[in-house]
Design a protein around this ligand. Sequence first.
Ligand code: HEC
Ligand code: HEC
Length: 288
Amino acid sequence: MAKPEIDDVTGFETTGHEWDGIKELNKPLPKWWLWVLYVTIIWSFGYWIAYPAWPLVSNYTKGVLGYSQRQVVMDSVAAAKAAQGKFREAIAATELSEIRTRPDLLNFALAGGKAAFGDNCAPCHGRGAQGFKGYPNLNDDDWIWGGEIAEIHQTIRYGIRSDHDETRVNDMPKFGIDGILEAAQINDVSEFVLSLSGKAGDAEAAERGRAIFAEQCIACHGEEGKGNTELGSPNLTDAIWLYGGSKDDIVESVRTGRGGVMPSFTARLDDVTLKQLAVYVHALGGGL
Ligand code: HEC
Ligand code: HEC
């Protein structure tokens, strides 16, 4: 083997590689650099022992410090809950109507109510509580089952025509499906209903419908058709319709009796959340 060549200028060996007269020196890595490398290797052993590191077949090495990101998240959730605990206890202990008079509780209830509304109610009532056909708008001040905060609370807790024993329920007869009224009578009474909110239609038919209304409908909707929140029978004079206010919509309502279903939330949400929702929905309806 040939003796390694020594470079005259630097005094280092060369590797024997040469390009156009330029030779490569065989210089070791700087000491400081090597030491940093060794220290990081030693550090990594400490890290493997202290922290979760190695994937195993169905698990991983946990490390002696017991650190876990999941635990960190759970701890911060628990801390947030504890911070809220004071407010939640106060809400639990305060009458619904009184919550509105205490700004700190009111703000907490509105924020919690809004979040719970987005999770539980928005699919049916819309994110802005604007409602859809068959699902009432909760922003207006028109209530089928009452807009007092206690009434709203009851609706949310027990639902409407739900499977809860204390559900709100009142079934409008299926006048067409069950053959209580003839098609012509349904037409006439529907014309009368239209006239209640000032919609011009067939005046003669509406006049014939008046008698049918008095006989079949006032028990629930009232003599003037203004409805009754205790019976969940809508006001038919205000031109706000759950199922639409066209002639066809009204005929369909009389024919089928409708019967919208809202689930009960007592079993799904805790008492504090139910109160927060009542406060939130009440505030939406212009009740503040
Ligand atoms: C599965 C659909 C559905 C969900 C989910 C739902 N609702 Fe309803 N809700 C309805 C229907 C349908 C009605 C109207 C029932 C009727 O015809 O009287 C209603 C009626 C109401 C009423 C009575 C309105 C009035 O005019 O009296 C309130 C208040 C209400 N919902 C609040 C809520 C809140 C708060 C939530 C969430 C916790 C919620 N709803 C979730 C379907 C739903
Ligand atoms: C036993 C009580 C009862 C009787 C009797 C009754 N209704 Fe109703 N009516 C209701 C209830 C409750 C609703 C709400 C149904 C729902 O929310 O799904 C309703 C809803 C309606 C609606 C839909 C309102 C809307 O906002 O879309 C119309 C229209 C209507 N009734 C007309 C009549 C007419 C006309 C008669 C008589 C031929 C009549 N009702 C008799 C209880 C009654």
